[in-house]
Design a protein around this ligand. Sequence first.
Ligand code: ARG
Length: 457
Amino acid sequence: MKLWSGRFSKATDERVDDFNSSIRFDKRMYRQDIQGSIAHAKMLGRQGIIPEADSELIIKTLGEILEDIENGKVEFLIDAEDIHMNIETILISRIGDTGKRLHTGRSRNDQVALDTRMYLRDEGGELDEMLKELMGTVLRVAEANIETIMPGYTHLQKAQPITLAHHFMAYFEMFKRDRERLADWRKRLNIMPLGSGALAGTTYPLDREFVAKELGFDGVTKNSLDGVSDRDFVCEMAFVLSMIMVHLSRFSEEIILWSSGEFGFVELDDAFSTGSSIMPQKKNPDVAELARGKAGRVFGSLMGLLTVMKGLPLAYNKDMQEDKEQIFDALDTVKMCVPVFCKMIDTMKIRKDRMLKDAKEGFTNATDVADYLVKKGLPFRDAHGVVGRMVAYCLDGGKAIEELTMEEFKTFSDLFGEDIYGAISLESCVNLRTVTGGPAFENVRGVINEYKKYYNA
Ligand code: ARG
């Protein structure tokens, strides 16, 4: 018997039950659903909307149901449609008419909006902790590699020398923004929709502020139509998740490149790589590849959610039930990726020698040779031309710029003096870049120390 069957003269077709039912996936919101119902029942009792004794019995029984669910003693029913009606049905089966008073002044439309906000709030909190942990790891690896020189790239071509710490701290900035985005999202998420009713509020004297306070919300929604039909917080979260995956995916791509024989900058720990079923020599960066690949499904969720919402008239429409699988999958995916990625970079071996060797090749100090000439008075454009000719000469002779003799230097410009050798060592190239945001050892050490204060890693 359905809770809403009063006006119907026929049972629901089984196919419709299957089609309509969301219990398969919304059962994961059971805790939030019960917490919301407890706060609602408490308020109904306080306001004298239902007898105080009924309120107390409902609250007590809901607590017992929660415990039973957690102990695996409850079986949810497909034909009870969703988590909201499943729990209400169980409540009524246990305390009869008293249980039937719970849904006073409430609709599933505002109930599902409440549950989803609470569920995503909890999940967002867990994700934030994971990101914090990841940032701690990034910070630790960076701190151990402030003086680890490596080539920096543009167009995936060697460009200028940087350090591994500087490179890692770029990702730290990205994850920091991800956490800031989560904090900002939470401001809009953490508003309490219960009291919006089906769409037009309710005639009962609800104390919405009390419920909001009970459930840890910062305020109540101000328009009942918007209260039940707003899913911005779901879409926004999907975007925050997508952005995290963009960052993880870029980082993964670099780990994949770096662990190749061609780069050889890092070696993944055996516990975080996999073998091949046919090629005995293989050690593959599957974790990084999967993290890169899973970005696709998270972006898919974002697109799916936006598409579900785009044409919906106010207020609630059943289409909105489609929000859950999308956001749950996106969340599950990101929550799976972040910790395993974190451990992978925590345990990988860094090949400082290979990074240094590679930084020495490819004329990564060419800009610094030009800067040297500029400091001796040559306009930058002219210096650029001189060094370009030097690079061509070195390519011919199979030499690095710093391997040229003083006589050879002089053939390109008589501004060159003995101090050129010191000025274009890789270490100088890095350490002369003391501009705010630059890779000089002391700069990066300063940034790391500052962030350590906030992230107590
Ligand atoms: N399971 C529904 C959802 O997730 C709950 C709200 C149903 N409301 C309704 N009027 N049918 O959207």
